[in-house]
Ligand binder design. Sequence first.
Ligand SMILES: [Fe+2]
Ligand SMILES: [Fe+2]
Length: 318
Amino acid sequence: MTSSITIAHLSDLHLSALHKRSHIRRTRRALDHLNALGVDHVVITGDITADGTPEDYRVARSVLASAGLLASPRLTVAIGNHDVFGGVHTAEDVLSFPGRCARTDDKAKLKEFGAAFQETFQGTLMPAEKRIFPFAKIIGGVALIAVNTVAPYSRVKNPLGSNGSVDDRSFEMLRDILADPVIRTRRKIIALHHHFHKMRETREGTVHSVWGAIERQTMKLRGKSRLLKLFAQHQVDLVLHGHIHRSAEYLRDGVRFLNAGGSVLHEADPDLHINLIRCTASGCTTEIHRIPFENLPARISTSLVHSEASLTAGHAAA
Ligand SMILES: [Fe+2]
Ligand SMILES: [Fe+2]
């Protein structure tokens, strides 16, 4: 690697044509900011839309296009559970949502996601089998590897669509990608949606509560151990994710993780957060930028931005 590469990491934008239009404003502000910073590449790790409808994708495409990001060299995306199964927005949704999840054709939704962001998949490297995920993308000396962690619907294992898993075929393909000589010689960054937090760390004081129990059963990634082992074995530099709406950096089994779930929808903080990753031949450094949001004019002054010196573990759901 001859020069450094700067990557901005966001997640869980939950862009919608029908609900919470503030998410659009907040995302535009974040993207304006990172364009002002002049980052080389942007990674969004899923839940880009609230419900994965054609209208939601039109909104998402418009927001990304206006920031000049609808191009493979500029943007890498991973899919999240909301892009496949959608979410709950009204009291009526609470009752109908499990049925909606059961009726969802996850393979069709994956294709819709691929079509919605097709420009960003151009020129990606992937094993012979024609699938959208996993894939690798070379950005200078960095290999970005995107993985689909959205588990199919299961009445027992995934009744609300929010649990994650990586199927055996995808795992084998991921293993092949990481072993490829083109990838092996570069800094390796994985992009996926589901988190690797230990769930007892995700809600202080509610570990034994009913909500804590529900959260642990409906927000988890199955098969974390074999993924952790694979990442460690191939000396993956960083794993980027979202799903839990917090911003945090943490270690699991020697593997470094960055959560951007709080980039625009931080559960406990109205400010915006962008994870910045700078990679050189010797390694990658990370930083979480906080952007005060409330009542600011349309354009952000970079002087308002400061980095968080200490990165804390995440504590919120989605
Ligand atoms: Fe999610
Ligand atoms: Fe989310």
